[in-house]
Ligand binder design. Structure first.
Ligand SMILES: Cc1cc2nc3c(=O)[nH]c(=O)nc-3n(C[C@H](O)[C@H](O)[C@H](O)COP(=O)(O)OP(=O)(O)OC[C@H]3O[C@@H](n4cnc5c(N)ncnc54)[C@H](O)[C@@H]3O)c2cc1C
Length: 467
């Protein structure tokens, strides 16, 4: 019988190959990722995190950090290394008087949203409730409230971080402001965040989602997307304009001629006052007439936040590609509608094709100055995302090629990529940052993690020492 591994100063659970819970804890959202860590340290406190980091360094193990496990590349799972699993640190505490939420580094978005909702408060979080607060916020954090209140990272008042040396430091506008700057978009490069303190905002807790459906081969779709584009600059902040492209089997709201065929939507999501939402709905419908079908739903904000959970369920194979666009001109609209299929060519099997679409930025996101945070895509008008989901490994090539090809046709219009959706291991992380921000991040990396202990992420290499 082998002696169980112990880590000095570590009070959490250590899980190793052969343990009953090993597969459960090494598996993450994207089933393409099948790596086997040597050891999983399930941390319960910042002291556990510090002990695990010291152990990993002493033992010469590559260190990775897992929160919600949604990172599409699966960098949270190190082959043969040490996984610092923050899942047991998932608590959220709300102080309604101060309008603050204290969120442990392993919390999921649903814990954050559901803890703030009873107080009539909320902060920006992503759109699928089983995503981790950790990875999402450290890369920026886009969500339905971002145009009103800024990205998730713009709402963090204080980060508590365990550094590569195992020291605990705080970062805010006044404490270690250089680190604070880097944590706002610089990902998991500078240490393990064990606690986020978020600012909260009063909300009605109500939401409305509108989708107008079009046949992408009908000229009406092009007209609709152009009208949708023209609404972007003046859209009220509670509205986030959306467009989605998909192939759906037989939804009752679509005419039979579109069953099993590609469809494209022009839509928006509203969070806030419902009377204002309905008034905007009238404006939106007038601007974008004659859809083949429409779907309008009113719901609670917390319901909106989990409406996509089932579609994004764990255990399926995934690949995605994305671009930020600062303009959405007619040529980009045509590329989007073509879905990567060459004009005049044979029709593909639409069921194998990727889905995807656009989500609008602007509003409070754009009000933060370009140099004020590491997050660099403040001038994004719309973010494009192409994603494939499948279960049979035999389809890997065709599924990934579909998303890549579609994204490649949008690339000429791109000004960069959102760091949290980069899905190729060899992609240039520089696509996510302005060059001056990238240089500043490299300097910060040299200060806080000169040995690049935290390299299993969208990695910023430490700047070379200046002589
Ligand atoms: C279904 C789905 C929906 C999504 N929706 C949105 C969305 O609406 N808005 C949006 O902005 N993004 C969205 N994303 C992208 C998401 O932001 C990234 O996938 C993000 O990395 C997920 O974080 P995680 O903690 O779940 O993942 P993990 O894989 O656990 O973490 C990703 C990386 O983040 C770092 N990390 C995580 N937690 C910590 C921590 N506490 N301290 C230090 N480093 C840490 C690590 O480097 C880790 O490798 C979505 C992704 C998916 C799969």
């Amino acid at each position: 019988m082998t002696t169980p591994t112990t880590i000095r100063g570590f009070a959490g659970e250590i899980v190793e190959p052969g343990d009953a819970a090993y597969d459960e804890h090494r598996e993450i959202w994207n089933a393409m990722v099948d790596r086997r860590p040597a050891r999983i340290a399930r941390c319960t406190s910042p002291d556990d995190v510090a002990a695990a980091i010291r152990h990993g360094r002493d033992a010469g193990l590559e260190i990775a950090v897992k929160c919600g496990g949604h990172g599409v590349l699966g960098l949270a799972v190190p082959e043969g290394g040490l996984m610092i699993d923050l899942a047991p640190m998932g608590e959220v505490t709300v102080d309604p008087e101060r309008r603050r939420a204290t969120v442990q580094g392993g919390a999921l978005l649903r814990s954050l949203d559901r803890s703030t909702e009873p107080h009539g408060l909320a902060t920006t979080a992503g759109n699928v409730s089983h995503t981790g607060v950790g990875g999402l916020t450290l890369g920026g954090g886009m969500g339905w409230l971002a145009r009103q209140f800024g990205l998730a990272c713009d709402n963090v008042e204080t980060y508590t971080v365990v550094t590569a040396d195992g020291d605990t430091v705080r970062a805010s506008a006044t404490e270690n402001p250089d680190l604070f700057w880097g944590l706002r978009g610089g990902g998991g490069n500078f240490g393990v965040v064990t606690e986020f303190e978020f600012r909260l905002h009063p909300t009605t807790g109500d939401a409305l989602a509108c989708d107008l459906y079009f046949d992408p081969f009908d000229p009406a779709a092009r007209a609709a997307l152009r009208a949708w584009r023209d609404l972007l600059p003046d859209a009220p902040r509670p509205a986030t304009l959306t467009s989605d492209t998909m192939t759906v089997a037989e939804p009752p709201f679509l005419p039979a001629r579109l069953h099993g065929r590609p469809v494209v939507t022009a839509g928006f999501v509203w969070v806030g006052d419902m009377a204002e939402a309905r008034t905007y709905l009238d404006t939106f419908r007038r601007a974008i007439p004659s859809p083949a079908a429409e779907e309008v739903d009113e719901m609670r904000y917390v319901e909106l936040q989990s409406i996509g959970d089932a579609r994004h369920v764990h255990g399926l194979r995934r690949y995605s590609a994305g671009h930020n666009l600062a303009e959405f001109d007619d040529a980009a609209i045509d590329a989007y509608l073509a879905r990567g299929v060459p004009a005049g060519g044979p029709e593909p099997d639409w069921t194998l094709m990727p889905g995807g679409g656009f989500q609008a930025y602007g509003g409070a996101i754009a009000e933060v100055g370009e140099g004020e945070s590491a997050f660099s895509a403040r001038d994004t008008l719309v973010e494009f995302f192409a994603g494939s989901t499948w279960s049979d490994p035999a389809e890997d090539t065709v599924r990934m090629a579909g998303a890549r090809t579609w994204a490649a046709t949008l690339e000429p219009f791109s000004v960069g990529s959102y760091v949290n959706v980069i899905a190729d291991a060899d992609a240039d992380v520089g696509r996510a940052y302005r060059s001056d921000n990238l240089a500043r991040l490299a300097d910060l990396k040299r200060k806080y993690d000169p040995d690049n202990v935290f390299h299993l992420n969208q990695n910023i290499k430490p700047a070379a020492a200046r002589v």
